[in-house]
Design a protein around this ligand. Structure first.
Ligand SMILES: *[C@@H]1O[C@H](CO)[C@@H](O)[C@H](O)[C@H]1NC(C)=O
Ligand SMILES: *[C@@H]1O[C@H](CO)[C@@H](O)[C@H](O)[C@H]1NC(C)=O
Ligand SMILES: *[C@@H]1O[C@H](CO)[C@@H](O)[C@H](O)[C@H]1NC(C)=O
Ligand SMILES: *[C@@H]1O[C@H](CO)[C@@H](O)[C@H](O)[C@H]1NC(C)=O
Length: 370
């Protein structure tokens, strides 16, 4: 009897083993991540820039939230879809002082943030500061538990070691390097500081890391307005070759760094996620997927050398120009020239979370396994 039961169990277990990227995720139960701690820039900022540096305004947020929601998009970001997939609420920003609830994680990402400290950069929240804020958050939560305070909006202490640590940063360093220095020579320094942040979080107890590589910055419509077009060459999708070469070199070195980190941090499960390939695939197949020209911007106007940011007004040749939203954001890939629409984020997130473009190729729900 017992034997039969075990056999049935074994058969059941093998039938639920899922196939991912050709590799069988056998004996890999879901991780039940209780929280997400996210670090990054505007690609995953859910309210920091808006709270600290300038309130977000419509039409940002109009599609999903029906109001500005501290996100540079008409709706949800990739990090929001990741949270949904893990059955967790959307992350409150660490810098937000109203209406926050950190019981299932914290978002330390800030729009404009770089990996490295930049002395001439108006956004002070580089990656090292974000991890310092994490330390402070953890210490204060611990303190509040010790004092028996009401912790109903805070994570449990064991969440710090069981959480998924997600990082999506580097794009602002790269764009600056391209405009200011025109070179790839800063990549090793960027990645050394990136690795330091991972070491730091590991020391604090983090074990599962989910690392996004850099998207194709050569395909950002806004940058196309500010480059010297006679000096650049473009691929068949209209993306700047030299800029994407920078991204690809960065991603190659990031992948090497991740391999090194796995050796240095033996208890860490580090997933490297090839966001570049997903985003570039979307741009390349835009038409087949029902999207309009990927170089077109839904919200934001470039006219006579003046760029009017989404939701803003500028005077161009004595005429007031307001940059409102296009009629149907769901047909656009680019929301504001830098960031994606919710429709694009949804498409990208769907290809990221099942692990088909990750190394190792396991879905986000199982990213605690090596
Ligand atoms: C992942 O999801 C995408 C989009 O739904 C799909 O095309 C792809 O085949 C999936 N890959 C795996 C390995 O499940
Ligand atoms: C803690 O605070 C929440 C609201 O912030 C409240 O609903 C709850 O009753 C409080 N719990 C205790 C034990 O005071
Ligand atoms: C915080 O969010 C969690 C998860 O959504 C919820 O269960 C909890 O009640 C919230 N806490 C407060 C005080 O609103
Ligand atoms: C763009 O590059 C070309 C070729 O190097 C140069 O002649 C031209 O002056 C540049 N234009 C601007 C606006 O810098």
């Amino acid at each position: 009897m017992k034997c039969v039961k075990m056999l049935v169990l074994a058969m059941f277990a093998s039938s639920v083993a899922i196939i991912v990227g050709g590799a069988e995720v056998k004996g890999m139960p879901p991780c039940s991540f209780p929280a997400i701690f996210n670090f990054g820039d505007s690609n995953s900022d859910t309210g920091a820039y808006s709270a600290a540096l300038g309130a977000s305004r419509l039409p940002d947020g109009k599609t999903f939230f029906g109001k500005p929601a501290g996100r540079a998009s008409d709706g949800r970001l990739i990090i929001d879809f990741m949270a949904e997939q893990l059955g967790l609420p959307y992350l409150s920003s660490y810098l937000n002082s109203l209406g926050t609830n950190y019981s299932h994680g914290v978002n330390f990402a800030v729009g404009g943030a770089t990996i490295r400290r930049m002395n001439d950069q108006p956004i002070p929240f580089y990656l090292g500061i974000q991890t310092t804020q994490y330390d402070q958050f953890k210490a204060r939560v611990t303190n509040l538990y010790n004092q028996g305070k009401n912790t109903s909006r805070l994570p449990r202490l064991e969440h710090f070691s069981k959480a998924l640590y997600t990082i999506d940063i580097g794009q602002n360093d790269a764009v600056r390097a391209m405009f200011l220095h025109n070179s790839q020579e800063q990549i090793p320094d960027m990645l050394n500081q990136f690795a330091q942040a991972v070491h730091h979080l590991y020391k604090q107890g983090g074990r599962a890391f989910w690392i996004h590589n850099m998207g194709p910055i050569g395909c950002l419509p806004i940058n196309q307005n500010f480059i010297n077009r006679t000096e650049e060459s473009f691929d068949q999708n209209g993306c700047t070759n030299r800029w994407n070469a920078m991204t690809l070199e960065y991603n190659k070195q990031l992948k090497d760094k991740v391999i090194k980190l796995r050796r240095e941090l033996p208890q860490a499960a580090i997933t490297y996620v090839d966001v570049y390939t997903v985003k570039y695939g979307l741009i390349r197949n835009a038409k087949n997927l029902g999207f309009t020209d990927p170089m077109k911007i839904c919200c934001g106007i470039y006219e006579n050398g003046v760029y009017v940011q989404c939701g803003k007004k500028e005077n161009i040749n004595g005429k007031e120009v307001y940059a409102g939203s296009c009629e149907n954001p769901s047909t656009y890939i680019s929301w504001d020239g830098i960031h994606h629409t919710e429709a694009a984020n949804y498409w990208i997130a769907n290809r990221i979370i099942n692990g088909s473009l990750s190394d190792p190729p396991i879905p986000i729900t199982r990213a605690c396994h090596k």
